[in-house]
Design a protein around this ligand. Structure first.
Ligand code: MLT
Length: 275
């Protein structure tokens, strides 16, 4: 066991790789089919700690902190497409070959951008609590307001604003341990990264065509109570993917891997067994 400097104990070995000028911190545990899992916003790889611990009994599970998030160091602007290029370079540096790539929410945008740019490097796609649609005008305005908020109140202001929408219940009372973890993860996200991510998400592509053209199996996992990427959105995504399936995690909101890691790990394992 290794104690992370971010304060959580992580069973996987923690490693660092320089990718396109950024130090990417990641965990890599287990053997077998490589599965790379990308976290959401304003989060980091700790959302997958329990999923990775369970899943790595049968698969190789790699969880990076995206550039600028968590313990990864990177002082440059990014787009969702450029993050997908960082992930491609990371996968190439680790010589993983075609991977099963999964992404939670913003990580799902990056995974879809990867599928669009590098379909040949994909063995299967896992989307979790995410969307394929681009932001509409109102959502874009919301991103700009979030940037104002982080400039005036820092990461704490953003954490406060986002928290009620993240878990199954607004106050996180149904799982205080998960709620405390989530608060800490959001507080740890650097303000500049929050700004950059808001701009990146605001200007991201619509990925519906990418999903319709997907030549590999797809899995869409959704928390039944997801207030940000609701069930209807997930159903649309699963329908768009030619070979898409949709496990619904009943006691979860927007962060199914953090809220119900065993169910999410089992859904991923079953899917990875057949791809
Ligand atoms: C996330 O969880 O990554 C974000 O809520 C995604 C978004 O704001 O679109």
């Amino acid at each position: 066991m290794v104690a992370s400097k971010l304060g959580f104990v992580d069973k996987c070995d923690m490693l660092t790789l320089n990718v396109r000028g950024c130090d990417i911190r990641y965990t890599d545990a287990g053997h077998g089919t490589p599965i790379v899992l990308l976290h959401g916003f304003p989060l980091d790889r700790r959302v997958y700690t329990d999923v990775a611990a369970r899943l790595s009994a049968s698969k190789r599970v790699i969880c990076p902190d995206l550039p600028g998030f968590g313990e990864s160091r990177c002082d440059r602007d990014f787009t969702i497409a450029s993050l997908a290029e960082d992930v491609r370079a990371f996968i190439d540096a680790l010589e993983l070959g075609p991977v099963v790539l999964g992404g939670l929410s913003m990580g799902g945008y990056v995974a879809q951008a990867f599928a669009k740019a590098h379909p040949e490097a994909l063995r299967a796609l896992i989307l979790i609590d995410t969307k394929a649609d681009a932001d509409n005008a109102e959502q874009k305005l919301g991103r700009l307001k979030m940037i104002d908020l982080v400039r005036s109140e820092g990461s704490a202001g953003v954490a406060r604003a986002m928290f009620p929408k993240m878990l199954m219940d607004e106050k996180g009372e149904s799982n205080p341990i998960v709620a405390a973890k989530l608060k800490q993860i959001m507080l740890d996200c650097p303000p500049k990264t929050i700004e950059r991510a808001c701009l990146a998400m605001k200007d991201r592509d619509d990925f519906n065509d990418t999903l319709r053209a997907l030549a590999v199996p797809g899995l869409m996992i959704v928390g039944r109570h997801d207030a940000i990427s609701p069930l209807a959105t997930a159903e649309k995504i699963a329908d768009a993917m030619p070979h898409g399936t949709l496990p619904v995690i009943h006691d979860a909101g927007h962060l199914a891997p953090l809220e119900q890691p065993a169910e999410v790990a089992d859904a991923i394992e079953q899917f990875a067994n057949i791809v």
